[in-house]
Design a binder for this molecule. Structure first.
Ligand code: NAD
Length: 425
């Protein structure tokens, strides 16, 4: 084989960070902002990689690699989740950290952006191994994390239990309880009411607003959901409450279809017990790889990034894509979806409900005074609807899609703060 032919057969993996940078550049090009300033806010402030030795249940040591990226601390402490997944690497964590900066700015909460992760396969690890790994990771970042500096939260394969271990480890090193170092904790140790549901319920608030704008009737609309974890399962429940028929769902193990509508509540109960959607009696099996092309009105990718690319975007049939996941649609796919008149609610707006209630949790922890679920939901509702309306206005004024508009709003907000604070020395 000639070198040329050999090179052609190599598939270059998608760089998620490059995709995030491209989205930034497209929005920045429409704003009149000094080049040097844009460079300052575009790239991560710092990226840290740590080695994590963990004793496994069978007695041997295994080495893991952990990451924490602080993309920006211009508007406040770095804020962002921690992911446990075999595909976690610096490229992915940097992208996710950047999106957190823009997300916090879109909903106008006083945080910068951060993200963390550990390259591991949590589905193959015991709970005690995961606890030791989490505690070692937290101890390695003791100087990085803090209520005023960098506040982790849950992401893929991490949840309340993980956050409790982080809070406890950080507190043991501090020699006193520090609840506000992490959000997404169980309510009894300083978590916020409504945080568990916040991302999925925020996703559905933006879908509701999009349906209104597009003059679509929720009760005549159908939805498909990729991923049935925290975001996907709650989004499904809230869509059902809105009157939308959820016909397709899938997780990493397989998919389900029921054209009459899946009983989402019963499915959530089933998943609690069986840890997967496969086998649920109220629906038929469905090829999970085809969920993105399901004949539905609303598609909610709620799993991982780079799902809809230039290779498959033309096959999407939904009128609305609501990005529950971070980065499920690549910039090249956006071009195709725009051409096909698909209304994409971008991640930095669509799934911002999670970080919004994380902000509420941080505020409550610092006050030591906790709000009712109604208070949390009312404040979340206001922030999400205002953010949606603001982004939609900019999109219509500038004749751009919602992603570009959301980035424009976010970049301007970060730049305004840099200009007010000034550049030190
Ligand atoms: P989770 O671990 O609770 O759930 C992930 C779900 O996706 C699981 O059902 C898993 O089986 C499924 N999945 C994984 N790979 C898949 C694949 N290849 N095909 C189909 N399904 C697959 O995670 P989560 O917290 O719900 O996060 C999901 C997405 O939402 C991520 O992109 C995350 O960054 C984003 N997000 C989460 C939050 C939050 O508060 N948890 C906030 C904002 C954004």
């Amino acid at each position: 084989m000639s070198n040329k032919k050999r090179l052609k057969s190599v598939t270059i993996p998608v760089s998620t960070f490059e995709n995030a940078m491209r989205q930034f550049d497209q929005a920045a090009a429409r704003l009149n902002i000094e080049k040097g300033l844009l460079e300052f806010i575009k790239y991560p402030r710092r990226s840290i990689i740590v080695k994590l030795p963990v004793r496994m249940d069978d007695g041997r040591f295994e080495m893991f690699t952990g990451y924490r990226v602080q993309h920006s601390t211009v508007r406040g402490p770095a804020k962002g989740g921690i992911r446990f997944h075999p595909k976690v690497d610096l490229d992915e964590v940097q992208a996710l950290a950047a999106w957190m900066t823009w997300k916090c700015a879109v909903v106008n909460i006083p945080f910068g952006g951060g993200k963390g992760g550990i390259c591991c396969d949590p589905l193959k690890m015991s709970e005690s191994e995961l606890e030791r790994l989490t505690r070692r990771y937290t101890a390695s970042f003791y100087d990085t994390f803090g209520p005023e500096t960098d506040i982790p939260a849950p992401d893929v394969n991490t949840g309340e239990k993980t956050m409790a271990w982080i809070m406890d480890t950080y507190s043991m090193h501090s020699q006193h309880t520090v609840t506000s170092v992490v959000t997404g904790k169980p309510i009894s140790i300083g978590g916020s009411r409504g945080r568990h549901e916040a991302t999925g319920s925020g996703v559905v608030i933006t879908i509701r607003e999009a349906l209104k704008y597009l003059k679509m009737n929720p009760e005549k609309s159908t939805a498909a959901i990729q991923g049935f974890g925290n975001v996907g399962s709650i989004a499904a429940t809230h869509l059902h409450r809105l009157g939308v028929k959820v016909t397709h769902v899938c997780d990493v193990f397989g998919g389900l279809v029921n054209q009459k509508g899946i009983d989402v509540k019963a499915l959530a109960e089933y998943v609690k017990k069986h840890k997967k959607v496969v086998g649920f009696p109220g629906a038929k099996p469905f090829d999970s790889k085809k969920i993105l092309y399901a004949k539905v009105d609303i598609l909610v990718p709620a799993a991982l990034e780079n799902q809809i690319t230039e290779k498959n975007a033309a096959r999407v049939k939904a009128r609305i894509i609501a990005e529950g996941a971070n980065g499920p649609v690549t910039p090249k796919a956006d071009v195709i979806l725009n051409k096909n008149n698909v209304f994409v609610i971008p991640d930095i707006l669509c799934n911002a409900g999670g970080v919004t209630v994380s902000y509420f949790e941080w505020v409550q922890d610092r006050m030591g005074y906790f709000w009712t679920e109604e208070e949390v939901n009312e404040r979340l509702e206001r922030i999400m609807t205002e953010a949606f309306a603001g982004v939609l206005n900019i999109a219509r004024e500038n004749k751009v899609d919602l992603r570009l508009a959301a980035f424009m709003v976010a970049i301007q907000r970060v730049v305004e703060v840099v200009q007010l604070r000034g550049i030190y020395a």
